[in-house]
Design a protein around this ligand. Sequence first.
Ligand SMILES: O=C(O)[C@H](O)COP(=O)(O)O
Length: 426
Amino acid sequence: MKLVYLVLDGVADKPEDGPTSLEVARKPALDGVASKSACGLVYTVGRGVAPESDAAVFSILGYDPHTEYTGRGPIEAVGAGLEIREGFEVAFRANFATVDPETRRIIDRRCGRNLSSEEARELARALDGVDLGVHDGYARVVATVGHRAVVVIGSRSRRLSDNVGNTDPAYEKRGYVSVAKPSFEPFVAEARPLDDSEEARRTADLVNAFTELSIRVLRGHPVNMARAREGKLPANAILLRDSGGRLPRLQRISEKYGLRFGAVAEMPVEIGIARILGMDMASVPPPSEDKAKDYADRLEATLKLLERNDVVYVHLKGPDEPGHDGDLKRKVEAIEAIDKYYLAPLLREIDPATTALLVTADHATPYTRKSHTDDPVPLALMAPGVTPDGVPRFTEKECSRGSLGVFEHGYEVLPRLLERLRRVYA
Ligand SMILES: O=C(O)[C@H](O)COP(=O)(O)O
C-alpha cells in the first residue's frame, strides 16, 4: 500500500461567515478527488482549540499533543538546525515585527509580510549571541523564512524554565499547546513567569531584557534604514511565543504504524516535526512567487519519496498566509495553484489501484477572522475499496455529509484510516 497524505495549511474557513475559499475556488482536481472519496470533518486538536500548526500537525499524524509535547519553540529550533542545552536554554518561535518603540504598540506582527529572509538574516546577526546583562544570560537568534525566526534564551550558569508567557499577544500559551486568540491588545506583552519557581522568574527576566535590547539594536539598523527609504515597515522588534526547553520524546512514526514515512516539508516547523518523528524528509525551498516551479519541485519530491516509502506526508503552506491576511482572492488563488500545479499532475502520475490519497488541513484560517480557529476541517480519502460518498466538491459543507463523519481529534484519523486501508490491501 502507498498513501499520499496531503495537508493544505489553513485551507478551511468558517462557513457561517459566508462563502468559503474552498467554495469559491475553481479546483477540478480536488473536487474530482472528493467525488471519488469517503469524506468527513476533523477537529484537528479538539473542539475549542484554535491550534497552531505545530500541535495540529503532530495531532493529524497521530500524536496527541496534550500527552507528550514541549511546545513550538523547540520544534522550530530543530527545524532551523539548532540544539537546545536542556535546563539552561529555552527556545521560542519568534516574529520580526513593527512596533512603536516608545509605546510598544504593535503596528504589524509580520512587518508588512515583506521582510525578505536575507534581510531577516542580517537583522538576526546583529542580535545573535548578544549578552543580556542579567543572570549570566544570552540570546541566540536565527532567522528562518521571511519574518520568522527562532530565539533561544540561555544562561551560562543558571537553570532556566520554559514556563514563561509569550511576548507575542496574538497567541496564548496553554501548557505546551498554544492557541490563537480571536482578538488581542496590540502591545508587546511583558513575559511573565507562569509558576513560582526561581527558574521561571529568571527566564522571564531574560526574555524581557531581550525585548528591550532587540528594540534598541534594531531601531537604527541599516536594514531598517533601507526599508524606510523604500517605504516599508521597519522590523524593529521581535515577538516571542511558545517556549519550550527540550524536544518531545515521541515514538518514531515508522515504529508507531509499522510503515515507512516520508515528508515533503517547506517550513521550519514541519521540517522540525519530520526530523523528530524520524521521517524520510525532502526539504524543499520555502514558497516563492513562482507557483508552477514550487509545485513542480514538491511533486518531484513526493514521487521520489513514494518510491521508497509507504506514506508520504506533504504539507503545503499556500492558503494559510492569505487566510491570516484576510485576503479571500489570494486564498482562492493559492488553492487553485495547488490544484493546477500539484494535485492535477500528481493524479496523472500515481496509480489509483495501488496508491491512496488522503487530503485535509491542519486547521482553519478563515479569511474572515485572520487567525486560526477551532473550526473542523474537511477530509477526503480516495482509495481502492473505499466507496465514494458522492460528495461533489471538496468543501467544508459537502465533506460534512460524508460517511467518515466527524473526527473529534486529529490523532484519531491516521490510526483509523490506515487500519481501513490495511484491510483493503491485505
Ligand atoms: O505563518 C506562520 O508561521 C504561522 O502559521 C502563523 O504565525 P503568525 O501568526 O505569526 O503569522
